[in-house]
Design a protein around this ligand. Sequence first.
Ligand code: SME
Length: 149
Amino acid sequence: MFEALRPLVSSIIDSNKTPDAKMQDICELLKANVPHYDWVGFYFKNGDKRELKLGSYAGAHTDHTIIPYGKGICGQVAESNQNFVVPDVQAQDNYIACSITVKAEIVVPLFVNGENIGQIDIDSNTPDPFTKADETFLEFVNFEVAKIL
Ligand code: SME
């Protein structure tokens, strides 16, 4: 599945759209084609503030458009620069719930010139669905998106 999606991600990156429209297309592509992806979005560092701001996303509306560094899974990744795989969100103390249907989450940081400037965030309604294959694929997606930022 992920191998088939890679060239589709690359063709979105190479398309004739704005960066925001490309990221929107990627969110929709991933949500529509990966059965365990129920919400897909990008968060980015908000100027020089120590907070994340929601960018493109596909899935339910969220009130969490601004997340301070250190808060929730997203805010922790902004500080750790590491992938964060959460098999069971209920087992996390520092977690910001978006929807009661969400069971698991993965956040992968996005680097431009070695700097952690944002992240891709996936919520899943399936318990413990993420493997190393998700991490490798999402690192690829972020590497591609970094080219247009
Ligand atoms: N659950 C995230 C908040 C963002 S929503 O999933 C869209 C967190 O704990 O950082």
